[in-house]
Design a protein around this ligand. Structure first.
Ligand SMILES: Nc1ncnc2c1ncn2[C@@H]1O[C@H](COP(=O)(O)OP(=O)(O)OP(=O)(O)O)[C@@H](O)[C@H]1O
Length: 228
């Protein structure tokens, strides 16, 4: 595929279609459709174990599913993870080898150091350090900022706010609002108010493994048992 096509800010579109995931008798996802356009933040909410991480991994291509169709600009892509210029993924669990220096990780991803430190000046002092010498919250912040400032056209973020202090969550939201001018973002997090705050569209996963688009978030989130 011609990556320059995918890089068009007007045409860039990520679609996950007909996603079906079952483990034995346990149906997790059923005929899911999610679309993310460049310039958009799409939020995904749902109860624990309802398949949010699975859906992101299926889109990225690292989790097999009974059925899946993932398309970029309408063209089917099998292994999206092989296209780092197209997509970057923040998994739920830490993914950076601990022995690497933070500055080397940024170089590896081609991430924009100036943009990262403009939002988080305190990251500057972490660059000469080994990743595993950072605190848990610092590690999560580095990982999230790394993915957001990468040149990829789409970002999948699985719990970007977890472990991050509220002050930094607010700054992360500012960074997301800035980088979305150049990319499409699909994110899930249990900090649902922050997700609602920054998302252009929000879906919630239901017990049947389907997505429902939120139009009256508070009420619908109660209806699906996400809120009391
Ligand atoms: N290898 C596996 N075998 C069987 N079931 C699995 C496997 N991997 C995941 N599951 C099940 O798939 C379901 C979806 O898990 P997933 O981690 O995607 O949920 P989630 O919505 O991200 O949850 P959380 O909000 O707790 O992070 C869970 O019920 C989980 O137990």
């Amino acid at each position: 595929m011609d990556l320059s096509d995918e890089r068009s800010p007007v045409a860039a579109r990520l679609e996950a279609d007909s996603i079906w995931l079952e483990y034995g008798q346990h149906r997790v996802l059923q005929n899911i459709y999610v679309r993310v356009d460049a310039g958009q933040v799409v939020g995904l909410l749902g109860r624990n174990g309802y398949g949010k991480s699975s859906l992101l991994e299926i889109i990225y291509g690292t989790r097999p599913a009974q059925n899946r169709s993932v398309r970029i600009n309408g063209r089917y892509v099998d292994k999206l993870y092989q296209r780092p210029n197209t997509i970057a993924f923040l998994p739920q669990k830490s993914f950076i080898p601990g022995t690497l220096l933070v500055k080397d990780v940024f170089a590896l991803y081609g991430s924009a150091v100036a943009q990262a430190t403009a939002f988080f000046p305190e990251l500057t002092s972490t660059f000469p350090q080994r990743f595993d010498r950072l605190s848990g919250g610092q590690q999560r912040l580095v990982e999230t900022v790394l993915i957001l400032t990468s040149p990829a056209h789409f970002a999948l973020l699985d719990e970007p706010f977890s472990n991050v202090m509220p002050l930094h969550v607010e700054t992360l939201k500012g960074l997301i609002n800035t980088v979305k001018q150049q990319k499409g973002i699909l994110l899930t997090d249990h900090y649902y108010r922050d997700v609602l705050d920054i998302s252009d569209t929000v879906y919630v996963l239901t017990s049947g493994g389907r997505t429902v688009r939120l139009t009256e978030p508070e009420q619908q989130l109660k209806d699906v048992g996400y809120l009391r």
